[in-house]
Write a protein that binds this ligand. Structure first.
Ligand code: SF4
Length: 92
């Protein structure tokens, strides 16, 4: 299994992964983004879920960095998986 397939099979939970998998695939393919390693993805998501930034929200099954409170508006399951992404609050 190559790194891209590992990335696409990884998810914060099965429901989220089911819906975000096609989005991640599209993003990775479209921008040629380098995937982050799994440990990094976990660390990033843990930081987001603490919500010290005040931007973390859940929209249905999706975790989002809320643009209405100064976040980037990204789906976190996707954002955290791309190696070159950065937290807009510089928390990771
Ligand atoms: S990316 Fe940064 S600002 Fe956005 S939810 Fe995560 S920790 Fe908060």
């Amino acid at each position: 299994m190559n790194i891209k397939n590992k990335l696409l099979d990884f998810g914060t939970n099965p429901l989220v992964s089911k819906f975000t998998k096609p989005i991640v695939e599209t993003v990775v393919n479209a921008i040629g983004g380098k995937p982050a390693d799994i440990k990094t993805v976990h660390e990033r998501l843990q930081i987001c879920r603490k919500n010290t930034c005040g931007n973390y929200i859940k929209k249905g099954e999706n975790e989002v960095c809320n643009a209405k409170t100064g976040g980037c508006g990204c789906f976190l399951a996707d954002k955290t998986r791309l190696a070159d992404e950065q937290c807009p609050k510089k928390l990771w």
